[in-house]
Design a binder for this molecule. Structure first.
Ligand code: SF4
Length: 331
């Protein structure tokens, strides 16, 4: 079969599958632009993969467009049409969201199809046949997604039918094994890819419970509130008031750097203990509970807990020791 020249956009995660999938299309003489997504919810591993995605694109010799999912992604997480996975991960909506963005890039770039590294049955939520079909349809890319690793298990896509992509050179992989992908990276001497596994922070149960609490309790949350979820210990003191405290010296310093009105910074005056940052009410009762939490983690035994309170104006205040069920307040 003779091939028509083609241009494609490929989702590059920095992982093995998308690197191999893209290579299989490049081998057919088709030009490819990579797209990589970042977000506020990138895990440490995702961030490493982001750096790897740049290297993957370099090794493949393709340009890479990096897109931040931005504030509209937060709206999506609050109310995903297709629901959540085990935690706060709205994987189906997230895939649709990314592919809709990729569709716009495809049009901008004058490309005629999209490449993904999807493998049928590899992931429980987003890589089952029905879900893959749903995601394809809802992203407006019906017939325009080529999945080089699993293509033979799907009906031919439009570029395959049009002879732009040679279906004969694509694979029919399914399941979790990566043996074939590994053989291919060896064959093509590819090195710039991360090992598989892991999800974004939304798949993490601890992060998810903090995020759920934020969505439920703070209508006016900001990007900073979300960034704060990735470190420290978090406490819901009462409806509308939250305390974050540092777990070590570095986190205490970060809290100090992040502090700005309307947050209130709490610093131990007469004992060694964590710093804290409050968002919400600052009445005496609330501050007393917060002071006792700081005292608890600072192993402060005295009957008075003295803190410097900075809400734009610094002052030193003494609080009485009271019984606080610290674990119950912990998010
Ligand atoms: S794991 Fe996170 S980034 Fe990946 S599809 Fe699910 S929600 Fe999106």
């Amino acid at each position: 079969m003779s091939h028509k020249p083609g241009k494609a956009v490929s989702l590059i995660s920095g992982g093995l599958d998308s690197a191999v999938a893209t290579k299989l299309i490049l081998e057919q003489g088709i030009s490819v632009t990579g797209v990589h997504f970042t977000s506020l919810f990138a895990s440490k591993r995702d961030k490493e993969r982001g750096l790897q995605a740049v290297r993957t694109a370099g090794e493949l010799g393709i340009p890479l467009i990096v897109i931040d999912k931005g504030p509209e992604y937060i709206e999506l997480i609050k109310n995903p049409r297709y629901g959540y996975g085990k935690n706060m991960n709205p994987c189906i909506d997230c895939r649709i969201f990314m592919l809709q963005k990729v569709r716009a890039i495809m049009e901008q770039e004058g490309a005629s199809f999209v490449i993904t590294g999807e493998v049928l049955g590899q992931r429980p939520m987003s890589q089952q046949r029905d879900t893959i079909n749903l995601i394809e349809k809802r992203s407006g890319l019906k017939g325009l997604i080529v999945r080089p690793l699993s293509a033979k298990l799907f009906s031919p896509s439009e570029p395959e039918e049009a002879g732009i992509v040679d279906r004969g050179q694509l694979l029919g992989l399914s399941g979790r094994s990566r043996t074939t992908q590994q053989e291919l990276v060896d064959k093509y001497h590819m090195k710039a890819y991360s090992s598989p596994g892991g999800g974004c922070l939304l798949t993490d149960p601890i992060f998810s419970s903090k995020l759920r609490d934020l969505f439920n309790d703070d209508r006016d949350f900001t990007i900073k509130d979300i960034e704060l979820l990735t470190f420290g210990r978090h406490f819901r003191i009462n409806h509308g008031t939250k305390l974050v405290i540092g777990r070590n010296q570095k986190e205490n310093e970060t809290l100090e750097t992040l502090w700005a009105v309307p947050y209130i910074l709490l610093s131990p005056e007469d004992f060694k203990g964590p710093k804290g940052m409050i968002k919400g009410r600052a009445d005496r009762e609330t501050l007393t509970v917060a002071a006792n939490i700081l005292g608890f983690y600072g192993k402060h035994d005295a009957q008075q807990i003295t803190l410097e309170i900075n809400n734009g104006t610094r002052k030193t205040v003494c609080f009485e020791k009271i019984d606080v069920d610290v674990e119950r307040l912990r998010i």
